[in-house]
Design a protein around this ligand. Sequence first.
Ligand code: CAO
Length: 415
Amino acid sequence: MSKALNGVRILDFTHVQSGPTCTQLLAWLGADVIKVERPGEGDATRGQLRDIPGADSLYFTMLNHNKRSVTINTKKPEGKGVLDDLIRHCDVLVENFAPGALDRMGYTWEHINELNPRMIVASVKGFGPGPYEDCKVYENVAQCAGGSASTTGFDDGPPMVTGAQIGDSGTGLHLALGIVAALFQRTSSGRGQKVLAPMQDAVLNLCRVKLRDQQRLERTHTMHEYPQYPDGKFGEAVPRAGNASGGGQPGAILKCKGWETDPNAYIYFITQAAVWPAVCKVIGEEGWITDDAYATPQARLLHLKPIFRRIEEWTMTKTKFEAMDILNKYDIPCGPILSMKEIAEEPALRATGTIVEVDHPVRGKYLTVGNPIKLSDSATEVTRSPLLGEHTEDVLGQLGYSSEAIAKLRAAGAV
Ligand code: CAO
């Protein structure tokens, strides 16, 4: 079957997480992704958080599927010659080096553009132009600088980062979209362009509802769906909202049967206005359907804490899955708190290819997250990540290098 991005050649100069997420996605969509790594060392994540001595870590393997690996020392003149050829050969160069590193290597936008005017140069950086543009950035820095940490956690606790890698993987997703858009524009312009996705900006984009709330707070000095209402105080900035719903339908995480011993025996419960009578019936509080204190969404906002306490009395009598079964019969929006163990074992996610088992020649079988984006005409087959430099001969051969020329480059330490 053909793939959406068949024919697109990506020079993948990425490392760690943000850039590799982007290029992995492009590979799953059918692009030929050639990952360039330093000879003998490779992407630092190959050796980080290792669970099997001598094997590429899960950190690396789970972010670099469906790619080819070429080793090139781009600081040696001979290595630069190979990189020049790759730039001429490819459509997109993706990188997430520290600010200025690509320029220091000699690959300014002007130089790349001279080598290949159709090339799209796509970058992840921690920050866009401004006071922090020269800073190196990792995931949690972006979560903090992008507004996520100040709005996550409980009101009486410190700012919190989230387990979802919105700074790295979130930015990688943004960059992938920018690349695909630039490729589309190139079909009419004939020209490449620069694509930049700063991590701070990507996190902020994912936190846009909190900037919405900041402006609501400044206008009205209160927000009725936040746990601080009606008894607590609001300050100048959007407070942390605990597990309150981010939208107009109040929600909470409630204990379920077994919570005393199972840290994930909880359910997210939303008291959607449309199903309020059903909620009352399920928990045995039919009187609340007509009681003035509970009958309207507006009235309920004054009593959210006691309402959720009463619903929790009911959820604590059921496992999270029993509660789901009952609540779904009434279309009451809810969701179990699933552990990674439960997710890994979930047959439906296996069936759709979102959880995939992959075989690796050194580490053996492991689980990974496959392509979460499903295209009906471009199926994804997840193939293992490459060993360091596994495809150097193949790729250089494709560029026209003879075996003798490759041997010379090897002797010079350039590949
Ligand atoms: N051959 C020769 N040199 C190479 C090379 C190759 N194939 N590949 C990389 N290098 C060199 C670079 O040229 C750079 O050298 P200089 O510092 O001398 O210019 C050097 O390797 C290191 O690059 P780096 O500064 O990007 O790497 P780092 O480990 O020090 O920093 C990170 C890592 C992630 C903090 C930084 O790259 C960064 O801020 N990136 C942008 C933001 C980002 O993507 N962060 C998310 C990372 S995922 O959590």
